[in-house]
Design a protein around this ligand. Structure first.
Ligand SMILES: [Zn+2]
Length: 180
């Protein structure tokens, strides 16, 4: 995985870009949660489930099917999320599926079981640019950990921040009446 917090950058950027009238704060926070949720599967290691198992790390929870199901749950909770049902469904599904897609850009571990339950195959993109994040804290606090943060900054955070700043600037420009 990229570092778990980095997964939240994607729905944050999409939500800020679409703006608060379309994506409520509650839905935005739920989206950030949905983008991190697939990695709760690391409990599989504790439960003795093998990495390569369909319910192991980067298994079923890293599939399109899981993302669509989580989106369905969000659609049920749409009134509480202060969103239209289809918006809640689309935003949460997108946030969640962005997680395995990012994982598929990382340089290590097994790929994501994107097509589960139709296929258990673990998939990667042909180009992997994001350094895989260590799964233990000790290894994270090392030069290798720093390299991970640098690669996530460059490939995820910088483009996301640029997108958000551009969207905010565009909204401000739209609000300010043209002078003269
Ligand atoms: Zn993951």
């Amino acid at each position: 995985m990229p570092t778990i917090i980095t997964h939240a950058a994607i729905p944050l950027a999409i939500g800020v870009t679409l703006g608060p009238t379309r994506i409520s704060t509650r839905l935005l926070l739920a989206g950030m949660f949905a983008a991190m949720a697939p990695d709760m599967d690391v409990v599989a290691f504790k439960l003795g489930i093998a990495y390569a198992d369909q319910f192991g790390h980067r298994g079923a929870s890293h599939s399109i099917a899981f993302a669509l199901a989580l989106g369905g749950l969000a659609a049920l909770l749409a009134p509480w999320l202060r969103a239209k049902r289809w918006v809640a469904w689309a935003f949460i599904s997108t946030a969640c599926v962005s997680h395995p897609l990012l994982d598929m850009c990382t340089t290590g571990g097994l790929g994501a079981a994107l097509l589960w339950p139709f296929s258990d195959q673990r998939l990667f993109f042909s180009t992997q640019v994001i350094r895989v994040s260590p799964l233990t804290v000790q290894r994270f606090l090392s030069p290798a950990g720093l390299a991970v943060i640098k690669s996530e900054m460059m490939w995820v955070w910088l483009p996301c921040i640029a997108l958000m700043l551009a969207a905010l600037a565009a909204r401000r420009a739209a609000r300010t009446p043209a002078a003269g």
